[in-house]
Design a protein around this ligand. Structure first.
Ligand SMILES: Cc1cc2nc3c(=O)[nH]c(=O)nc-3n(C[C@H](O)[C@H](O)[C@H](O)COP(=O)(O)O)c2cc1C
Length: 411
């Protein structure tokens, strides 16, 4: 990191928050329950846009399988009565080893959804990442949500427009910049075409019945946007690009992004710079050499290259290569506290969750998103107790068991 993040970022205090947070009455005991509730609440096209992967959905399945292959070898008779999962990210305390991943169009799940999730993250005292492709503008999220805000950048084909976006992100007080590097072209999500789902989302012949069968969503989300500002669109995009969003070739994707772009961004961004979408140790090393402070081992939640390796499977080699010189983070398929503790035991500094808070916000706005994060907090706490870990310092590879062999020791 070239300069302390706290010098330029704005970390809001709870006093600046607007309303007293509400506890969700939704009966959900785990993230799977929230997913089912979200499936009932959302039109099918929107639910599948969030839930599904790409092509044959191999990446989705293998992501889970890689996590489930690992088990714990608990330490017993350890006093864990004062256990804590607190950590610090870029020198700032966080109550959990977790951050909210960037998810485009989250604002379609609930009116002003990005603000609601960001508030939930602030209440959980963890960072929230806003996607370039958000429905609510980055300035409104900064003004209305509070908490620790990180921004995810997709480089536009016109670099100058991206640099102007980075200037807006800095002026709005975001703490960290996450550059996503795993999406050079539009992924092949065939189910979106079957469902008539597009971004911006339009009501058309293919989805009209589906939408009509979800009146709560239609009136509380879509109709509210229509009354306030018209068809919900991707508000961070420059006006010239907004007009072309659903035209081919997509103005969202840039297949010429290279390591030189990362070096240039490093020059333009003084706060923490995180590279998202790394699946190889040599790329991790290269990101470090370009000045990145951290990276996220990720296959985009199984939504891009369907035949990609699961992040969990390559996490050990990436940690072994760069883990002493930069923070290695991970996302993809993490649905239980135990999944997160396993990643930390391999050597991840923290984990990100994408779909989990989306399910929460879809069923109950901020309170639902907070419920999702709180479920994970409670689960992490329980796993720490069961594995004899009074703090995250005690969480290491000796706790892990891979299939019928011991987990490979750090090199
Ligand atoms: C609906 C949805 C939209 C997403 N949009 C983005 C995005 O705009 N930028 C990005 O870098 N990743 C995006 N992702 C990927 C997430 O940041 C993250 O890598 C992934 O969701 C992690 O897997 P999980 O959902 O199983 O936790 C998106 C994921 C979902 C589910």
């Amino acid at each position: 990191m070239q300069e302390s993040s706290t010098t330029q970022s704005r970390v809001f205090t709870s006093v600046e928050r607007r309303a007293v947070p509400r506890t969700s009455p939704v009966k959900a005991y785990n993230i799977a329950d929230l997913r089912l509730a979200a499936r009932r609440a959302l039109p099918r096209g929107l639910f599948e846009f969030v839930d599904r992967g790409t092509e044959n959905e191999y990446a989705l399945r293998s992501m889970r399988a890689a996590i489930e292959r690992v088990g714990f070898r608990p330490r017993v008779l350890v006093d864990v009565s004062a256990r804590t999962q607190k950590t610090s990210l870029f020198g700032i305390p966080a109550d959990m080893p977790l951050a909210v991943a960037p998810t485009g169009a989250a604002g379609l799940l609930w009116f002003d959804g990005e603000i609601e999730i960001a508030r939930a993250a602030a209440r959980a005292n963890i960072p929230f990442t806003l996607s370039t492709a958000s429905i609510v503008s980055l300035e409104r999220v900064a003004d209305e949500a509070g908490g620790r805000l990180w921004f995810q950048l997709y480089m536009f084909p016109d670099r100058q427009l991206s640099y102007e976006l980075v200037d807006r992100v800095r002026s709005a007080g975001y703490e960290a910049l996450i550059v996503t590097v795993d999406t050079p072209v539009t992924p092949n999500r065939e189910y979106n075409r079957h469902n008539g789902f597009t971004l911006p989302m339009r009501i058309n012949r293919s989805n009209a019945l589906d939408v009509a069968c979800h009146p709560r969503w239609l009136f509380n989300v879509f109709a509210r946007y229509m009354l306030h500002s018209g068809i919900p669109t991707l508000e961070n995009y420059p006006e010239s690009m907004k007009r072309r969003l659903d035209q081919a070739p997509s103005p969202l994707k840039n297949d010429s992004v290279s390591w030189d772009d990362l070096k240039e961004l490093r020059k333009r961004w003084n706060g923490p710079l995180i590279v998202k979408g790394i699946l190889r140790a040599d790329d991790a090393q290269r990101a470090r050499e370009c000045g990145a402070d951290a990276l996220i081992v990720s296959n985009h939640g199984g939504r891009n290259l369907d035949a990609s390796v699961p992040p969990f499977a390559v996490l050990p080699e990436i940690v072994d290569k760069v883990g002493t010189s930069m923070d290695v983070m991970i996302d993809g398929g993490l649905q239980r506290g135990s999944d997160i503790v396993k990643a930390l035991a391999i050597g991840a500094k923290c984990a990100f969750v994408g779909r989990a808070p989306l399910w929460g916000v879809a069923v109950d706005g901020e309170a639902g998103a907070f419920l999702a994060l709180d479920i994970l907090r409670t689960e992490i706490d329980r796993v720490l107790a069961f594995t004899g870990s009074p703090s995250l310092q005690a969480v290491d590879r000796s706790l892990l068991h891979l299939d019928d062999t011991n987990f490979p020791a750090p090199q």
